[in-house]
Design a binder for this molecule. Structure first.
Ligand code: C2O
Ligand code: CU
Length: 461
């Protein structure tokens, strides 16, 4: 068994049963609704490890608990979450609970919300799981996320509008075999970067679904069951498109928050975005979940979905199926919150934010990088509208810590999210109520753009 296998015998048996007797090449149970069945983790060790990526490839990198991604963490809404992070790396680290509003001291941004956890030290995270949904946790130190220091965070909801029979996390990632700090240094020293149309940034060695670059463990479902996929983009710099060949998807949650259901064929996920989608296994299948870089001609991931232990598809991503290539792709305009949001009764203050690029590989907001810019001041209780205008040829998934924002889609009250893609030369406006005093970060979730300055502190006056 691979070194990163930390499953209990009970969980493994559960997988074997769930897989309907299919061959289990790599344990998969930790991605499958483990929260309800396992004692919650009390400690997470950040440490170097060699992980098995499948397809004969292994990767010497930094991990949470020996695997990439780390274990599914979370709990039920309203419960207390306590976890000790033990740092066995040679560098300082932290954990950020992406999307989940936590007290400011627990948010994991080194220098802003907490002191970085030094090598050999332990830091205790302790907060209430106030909001149900699908989230992500990751290191917020430098480019550690691109080494694999991330995992799924799920807060279950006793009143969940979706009653799924099978509840599965599908975490997508890009795989850089080398060192992200070297990749960043190479980008910085490339003099013509950004000048000549095609901006190629980091060249990845593969794409990963639930820890496998090849031959991922099939998902299993019983005929007639309702399947829920919690799609998470944990990549450092890849925007994914995801669809299931043969099954339209009902989008039920955007960034963990319930939306009025929308039926589509594919969804696009920027780095840090999540969608929960469902479908009913009302025929014999088998189907395949395809996922790939939005800019590539072919998908990179083919995850078989098996019905009643029956036949499975090949698991080889050779081409995009026409139904997904030309099918309906989710647009933000289609999303509305499931419950009507409270009316906005205070004046709205508008903050224009221009996203741009400067030579030497600097990514800027209003012409400035994080290091040189002043914090954006907000007052408790005020309503703030951030208007992102992208003057570059790259996508920027903009993420706000500590708050949800409402995406203003021009079609009524839009969805509550925490991360939103601003397309090249595009504009997106979001609004949030300043209701969580502290020091927070707002930034592009492209790890290299953030490292190159595309971030701002939001500070309560
Ligand atoms: Cu997931 Cu500041 O990020
Ligand atoms: Cu960006």
């Amino acid at each position: 068994m691979p070194a990163h296998d930390t499953l209990t015998r009970r969980a493994l048996l559960k997988t074997l049963t769930a897989a309907g007797g299919a061959a289990v090449a790599r344990p998969f149970a930790r991605f499958v609704d483990l929260l309800a069945n396992e004692a919650p983790a009390r400690e997470l060790v950040a440490r170097p490890s060699t992980v098995d990526l499948g397809g004969g490839r292994s990767w010497a990198t930094w991990t949470y608990g020996g695997g990439v991604p780390g274990p599914v963490l979370g709990g039920a809404r309203g419960t207390r979450f306590r976890l000790d992070l033990r740092n066995e790396l040679a560098e300082p680290t932290t954990i950020h609970w992406h999307g989940l509003p936590v007290p400011p001291g627990m948010d994991g941004v080194p220098g802003l919300s907490q002191d970085p956890v030094q090598p050999g030290d332990v830091f205790s995270y302790d907060f209430e799981l106030t909001h149900p949904g699908t989230y992500l946790y990751h290191s917020h130190a430098g480019l550690q996320l691109d080494r694999g220091l991330m995992g799924p965070l799920v807060v279950t909801d006793p009143d969940d509008p979706v009653r799924a029979d099978v509840d599965v996390v599908v975490l997508l990632d890009d795989w850089l075999a080398g060192n992200p700090d070297d990749a960043f240094a190479a980008l910085r020293s490339q003099p013509g970067f950004g000048m000549m149309g095609g901006m190629r940034e980091v060249a990845y060695d593969g794409y990963v679904a639930n820890g496998a670059v090849a031959d991922p463990m099939p998902l299993s479902v019983a005929r007639g069951a309702l399947m829920r996929l919690r799609l998470i983009n944990g990549a450092a710099s890849t925007t994914f498109v995801v669809g299931v060949e043969g099954r339209p998807l009902t989008v039920t949650h955007a960034d963990g928050q319930a939306v009025a259901p929308v039926v589509v064929d594919t969804v696009r996920l920027g780095m840090g975005e999540r969608y929960d989608v469902t479908f009913r296994a009302d025929d014999a299948g088998p189907w395949t979940l395809f996922a790939g870089n939005v800019d590539a001609r072919v998908p990179a991931i083919a995850l078989p979905i098996v019905v009643d232990g029956g036949p499975r598809t090949t698991g080889r991503p050779l081409a995009w199926p026409a139904t997904l290539l030309r099918g309906r792709r989710l647009q933000y305009e289609q999303l509305r919150p499931l419950a009507p949001p409270p009316p906005v009764v205070v004046p709205v203050r508008e903050v224009p934010l221009t996203l741009g690029f400067a030579p030497g590989y600097a990514w800027t907001i209003n012409g400035e990088t994080f290091e040189s810019a002043a914090a954006l001041a907000v007052r408790e209780g005020e309503r703030v509208r951030l208007v992102f205008r992208n003057l570059s040829m790259m996508r920027h998934p903009m993420h706000l810590h500590g708050h949800f924002f409402e995406v203003l889609t021009g079609a009524g009250r839009g969805p509550l999210k925490d991360t939103v893609i601003v397309d090249p030369m595009g504009q997106v406006a979001v609004e949030f109520t300043a209701d969580n005093p502290g020091r927070w970060l707002m930034h592009c979730h492209h790890a290299y753009h953030m490292e190159a300055g595309m971030a701002r502190e939001i500070r309560y006056a």
